[in-house]
Design a protein around this ligand. Sequence first.
Ligand SMILES: Nc1ncnc2c1ncn2[C@@H]1O[C@H](COP(=O)(O)OP(=O)(O)OP(=O)(O)O)[C@@H](O)[C@H]1O
Ligand SMILES: [Zn+2]
Length: 772
Amino acid sequence: MYFYEIVLPLPLYTPLIYASSKEIPCGVRVLVPVRGRRCVGLVFRRWPEGESPDFQVREIEEIVDDEPLLPADLLEFLAWCWEYYLHPPGEVVRSAFPPGFFREIKKKYVLTAEGKRLLSEGALPGWAEHLKRPRTLKNLIARAGRDLSRELDVLVERGLVKETEDLSGLKPPFEPWLEYLAEEVSSPIEEFLKEKGRWPKRFLEESFGKEPVKKLVSSGRVRLIELPRMRRGVVLDSGEPPVPNLEQTKAVEAIKEALDKGFEVFLLHGITGSGKTLVYLYAAEAALRRGKSVLILVPEIALTPYVETHFVSRFGTQVAILHSALPPRARAAEWFRVARGEARVVVGTRSALFAPLRDLGLIVVDEEHESSYKQMEGLRYQARDMALMRGKLAEASVVLGSATPSVKSYYLAKTGKYRLLTLTQRPKGKTLPEIEVVGLKRPGELFTERLLSAINETLSQGQQVLLFLNRRGYAPIVFCKDCGEPLMCPNCTLSLTYYRSQGRLLCHHCGFERPAFPLCPHCEGKEFRLVGFGTERVEAEIMRIFPSSRVARLDRETVTSERKLLELIRRLKRGEIDILVGTQMVAQGHDLPGVSLVGVLWAEGGLHFPDFRAAERTFQLLVQVAGRAGRGRVPGRVILQTRMRDHYAISAALKQDYEAFFEEDLKRRKTLRFPPFSRLALLIFSALKSEKAESAAHKAREFLSAFKNTEVLGPVPAPLFRLSARYRWQLLLKAETVGGLDRALKAFWQARDSLIPAGVRLTLDRDPEELL
Ligand SMILES: Nc1ncnc2c1ncn2[C@@H]1O[C@H](COP(=O)(O)OP(=O)(O)OP(=O)(O)O)[C@@H](O)[C@H]1O
Ligand SMILES: [Zn+2]
């Protein structure tokens, strides 16, 4: 017998031990019995020969995969993650699989042949209709609208319904591909195939017709093979990539050198529009040539098409895309192409960090400063930081790229932990845009004269305008005119945002909504005053002032899918939009050559958050959005409207002076001992009763105060004191070193059951990005 540590998709804090007479490699999925059910498990480790547990263990029932899906260094990485974040291994491992690949096996019910016969004769109750296909009890009850468990049991006993297991979806779809074998090319289709090597049959038939493909197959000049299904990608051709300039070449050379050595971290600090994508492209090519695979992380789904286009036109079907907006089957298929080694380049959002790439040689984290690399629920990991650990374990090079690096990364580059690479110029002699600051004076002022005349000028030159405000909806605050109270979310410490076209009031945190306008809950008043602006209101105002121009809006309300976003960006690039109003979704990454004016309506919008990274975020957003201007033939121009022109985040953005911002921000962090001068962990205690959460936080504080190397701040009510009907108290842990923090946290985690009463929920946020 061999003994295996198996990770299960259950909230357990350790793997479980199972036995098997077979030798099973690590990284393979198996089926094991657990609590009277069956479950998919992942073989994580085999015990050394001769060692056996001193308790009863059960046997592995089935082996699902014929070869490991996850490489050894990824397994090691996953284990590192669950220890660092003190998170159940099963949930960490689940992030590494596409949905449905790592789960409990559900019991389903389906009619037997006899059952079907009786149903067709009308001898079974109407709801049995639903059992023509296998269904879980829950699904059946949902369809029938009442509890059917008793009646179902009777049918099972009579042999009219049987139980089955749902093993579907554990393996992704395959499809036929054509592989070119012949030497001499005699038709365009052969020429195409010869260049590509392999191509999905389905795609060939679409481009060349079914007949020619059929002929080619029967000629024996190609071979049919079964490979994981390829998703229908954005296979646009971006043409030949430009020749890199001197700075780009230097950067690529430095990365190439590292590829031959192993783990090294680079910070690629290149101003907006300096061509960082091209550096990634050539570095990726170098890695592939060395037989290594490549992982490219982008901060949000909206940016995948841009990067994807460049990589797909260069590397074809070797590229896989991984993000959560792909349809589940396409996502599973793409993932499987990676696990099987068919795709050697992955472009994806933060969860692609766990992609099953083998022989990983290069990891790129594009726009590394972006907060969206931090997952804010479940496993609260920071993908940029974790990319370093994955790179280290895989002995890969890691490139962090940004025009506005995080203060932490830049500090590490300056102190020699990372190698700094810089791009200081836009290619082809293009310059950074001119930025000017205009003071907002009147309360409630939305557009200054200066901005309006600049918009006019730009439109008359046939150029495009981008207006930026990082706030959705029509108005963020609605006051009752009678009693002066704002309309609040009943569950959260947040005001409700008014969405005019939907006629609704919405809470941005918990999704609570109600029709606009109700009676005031305080005084039953009927009249309301709208305060402040969101993008919907900006759009309406702009349409009123510039009635003949074509206005569009880009935010999470108007753009709900990747398709809609692509469509909007395409319309903008084709010149079908004159003025685009948007939130931070437009702020970065996109290359918009027609935009020559960027207007930032309220530059200090983000500075009001009580958070140590508020200034950093504001500076980054301003420089990024300004960077959308002047990427085409016409030089760009940016107008920042603000009431806080003297704040260092705004004055540094005005000069596009990263160093100036960095020095000032670093000084402040040093005084307050915030990262990079310390390591943080945020503990949030929440409960339906405030006192309950507070007293749990006090107990935790007492326990943690015993650790000398860790400073405990709080408990204090969280800035967002009430969220989703729960009151929140927080403790902030600060330590000089990772080790110090680790010891305190681990001890606390061990003891947490005795410290925290039922009904209090504890959330651990290690290396928090915000303290809200
Ligand atoms: N060497 C080059 N010669 C000519 N054009 C180039 C060169 N390198 C990049 N470009 C072009 O410059 C534009 C900007 O490049 P890219 O989008 O990669 O910038 P970026 O550094 O990612 O900017 P941002 O940080 O603003 O996203 C693209 O249109 C790209 O094709
Ligand atoms: Zn709410």
